[in-house]
Every structure is written in C-alpha cells, then in structure tokens.
Design a protein around this ligand. Structure first.
Ligand code: FES
Ligand code: FE2
Length: 389
C-alpha cells in the first residue's frame, strides 16, 4: 500500500518507481513532493542552486549605476550595472560581518554598507574601510574582501544567474535553444511590461501546467480555447539538445488579442515560425512564449513548498512601440494575459489544495501528457537517489 503521510525515508527511490514507468503505465509524483519542506530543500540545493535561473530583462538596470535588490530562493542579491556597462550580481551580505548592504532599487555610484561603512566599487571591489588603519598595518588586504559575486549572463535580453561557480556557461546550458529562437531576434526586443502574480502553490505545478495541453478547453474555455489549435509538436530530447522541454502549439494569428481586437504588427520571420507559439520550459525557473508578434518570459520564484511568485516580462520589437495606439494595444494584451494567468494560477492553487491531502494516492497520465511526465522525471533525476544522501 502507498504510504500515508510523508515517510521518514522520503528520498528512498522505491517510492518513485511508478513515476519512472512509460507514461501510459506511470503514476504521478506523490503529494508530498508539492508540500514537504524536506523535498523543497532538496530542490533548492540540487536544482535552483545548480542551474541557471532567469531574473528578468536587462532593462531593469538601464544605465551605469542602476541597481535593484531581490531575494532568490532565500539568497539576498544585488544586481548592478557597472561603469563598464556590464551587469553583475552579488550576494547582498557584507564581507565584513554579513550585514545586508543596500535595499530597494535606483542608481548609485558605489555600494556602502551602513554598519561600519565599508565601501565597494560597482564591480564589487572593496576600496574604503574607515578606521581600519591598525588592521591594515597588521596585513589586512582590501583586495581579499570584495563582494561575493554570483554568475550572471545574458541571453534574449534577459539576465540569468547561477549560484554554482562550476556550472557550464549559459549558452552551453541552453543548447540549441538560441539557434531555434534566433528568427525572433529576442536580444533586439524591448521589454514593455513586467508583471507579478503571487501563487499559493508549489512552483512545479505552474511548470507542469505550462506543458499540459489538456486543460486548455476547460480552464481557458472562454479565452485561449477560442483559438482553434491544429496541432501540438513536442520536444524530442534526442534531436534537440539543451536544458529545456518545449511544445509548439499551432494555430493561426496571435493569442495575445481576441478576434476583433487590434494586435501588434507581426515580427518579420519566415512563414514556418508564424503558425502559433513556440513554448520552451527552461530549467530551472523559466517558461517562455515565442509568438508571431511578441515574446514573453515568466520567471518562477519559489517561496517555499506551497508558495511561489510568477513574474512575466513582455517584449515586442522596437517598431511596435512607434505605432500611434501603442499604449492602448499594450493594455489589451496585458488585460488578456492577466485573465489567462488568473485561470492558470487558480487551477494550480486548486491542485495544490488537493495534493495537500495526507492520504493522496498518485494519479496517472494521458498519452498526450508526455511533457508533464518528462518534467516529473526530470525532477526525480535531480532530487532522488542520484547522490549519496
Ligand atoms: S558589516 Fe558591513 S561594514 Fe561591517
Ligand atoms: Fe493554461
């Protein structure tokens, strides 16, 4: 009999053998994978602390000296654009005795810790330590006490961080995704909105839902479902190499606006890229939509086993901003996407409440749920039985 309540040997691979079967015979993850603090801690350590994570569009730091602070999976961060225009991320914890250095966002010329006034250049170098002459006389070297840097690289105009100093580069991580999405020229797009959506559900539920086509006629019956979908193409991981899963939903036109509403002009691309949306789910925390008229990137910020924050950047070509009724059309896109996002978030929250049953019995997969099955197995590849406990 399947264990009732979260077992003490939670990471024993035997509890997960059913998920490892072919989709038509497999079962879904046990409910505790979505509610257990211990399971969540393993995900933080083995997924979010090792993979690349998106933290938004580079326009969040538009000029030299622009900075913002934010926490990601419990790590307080400073992201700042230096005098050399390079964007860097640092842990927001002073190398002296650990104080948070700055908060909020804005522009600055240096970073000064308010506790004992150590001052750092925007590249993280420590340059002033008031009243430390005595220590300096005894061999204290400022050069050994710069800010702790976190890897930050750019792709598609988006900032991606990695806490693992030994990780592959972002481009190696993405594999062939940049090449597949090159027709959209995503690095040339302008980010025109950044929208936050809190969600009372485990982070995985949003990403599983993103890869699940079966819910569309029911959860989105008056929104997305109005657009006839002719076909869904799934990612073949033996052909397409990279740390992502994707599907291509084929339909005519754009889902950004309804029939009769005015949309943005189409991006100049070959016809094969203009039948629907290309939808990669990029490990660890991002899902993107490459549409005929825009690109969106949603960051998932896990806040604990049962809470998450979704943040979406919406990007369009520069030429779209120049059209006379740009503000009005943008408001239509954002209004429509809010309705759809609310539908998805409510669905994930209902699922979270159901999975919180301590006597939850794992479910099953429809043959078309292949990506959801792949995704659950990707989680197990990282969290269960792959390292000494
Ligand atoms: S903790 Fe920052 S200067 Fe002392
Ligand atoms: Fe949905």
């Amino acid at each position: 009999m399947f264990p009732i309540f979260e077992p003490s040997d939670l990471f024993n691979p035997e509890y997960y053998t059913g998920v490892r079967q072919a989709p038509e015979h497999a079962v879904t993850l046990p409910g505790w994978c979505y509610t257990s603090p211990r399971f969540y801690e393993r995900e933080r350590e083995r997924i979010f602390f090792r993979y690349w994570n998106c933290i938004g569009h580079q326009s969040r730091v538009p000029v030299a000296g622009s900075y913002f602070t934010q926490e990601f999976v419990g790590v307080p961060l400073i992201v700042v654009r230096g005098e050399d225009m390079k964007i860097r991320a640092f842990v927001n914890s002073c190398p002296h005795r650990g104080s948070e250095i700055i908060d909020g966002s804005g522009t600055c010329t240096r970073l000064v810790c308010p506790y004992h006034n150590w001052a750092f250049h925007l590249d993280g170098e420590l340059y002033a330590t008031p009243m430390w002459e005595e220590a300096e006389a005894q061999g204290f070297k400022k050069s050994a006490h710069g800010l702790q840097q976190v890897k930050l690289e750019l792709w598609a105009g988006l900032m991606w961080i990695n806490f693992n100093p030994d990780s592959p580069s972002l481009l190696d991580h993405l594999g062939d995704l940049p090449e597949r999405t090159a027709p959209w020229q995503p690095e040339s797009l302008v980010c025109v909105a950044r929208t936050e959506y809190p969600m009372e559900a485990n982070w995985k539920l949003y990403l599983e839902n993103f890869s699940d086509g079966l819910h569309v006629p029911f959860v989105h019956k008056t929104t997305l479902n109005r657009k006839y979908v002719s076909r869904r193409d799934f990612h073949d991981p033996t052909v397409n190499i990279g740390n992502y899963l994707m599907h291509y939903t084929r339909f005519e036109g754009t889902r950004g606006v309804s029939d009769g509403q005015k949309g943005f002009p189409e991006i100049d691309m070959a016809p094969e890229h203009k039948t629907g949306s290309f939808l990669p789910n990029i490990h660890a925390n991002a899902s993107m939509g490459f549409n005929i008229d825009s690109v969106s990137a949603t960051e998932i910020h896990p806040l604990g086993p049962g809470r998450s924050l979704l943040v979406t950047s919406f990007m369009v070509p520069k030429s779209a901003i120049a059209i006379p009724d740009f503000d009005e059309i943008l408001a239509t896109y954002l209004g429509n996407s809010k309705v759809v996002r609310d539908e998805d978030v409510r669905a994930c929250e209902r699922q979270q409440r159901g999975l919180s049953s301590p006597i939850h019995v794992p479910g099953c997969f429809h043959p078309k749920d292949r990506l959801v099955h792949d995704y659950k197995n990707w989680i197990l590849d990282h969290v269960i039985g792959n390292e000494a406990d």
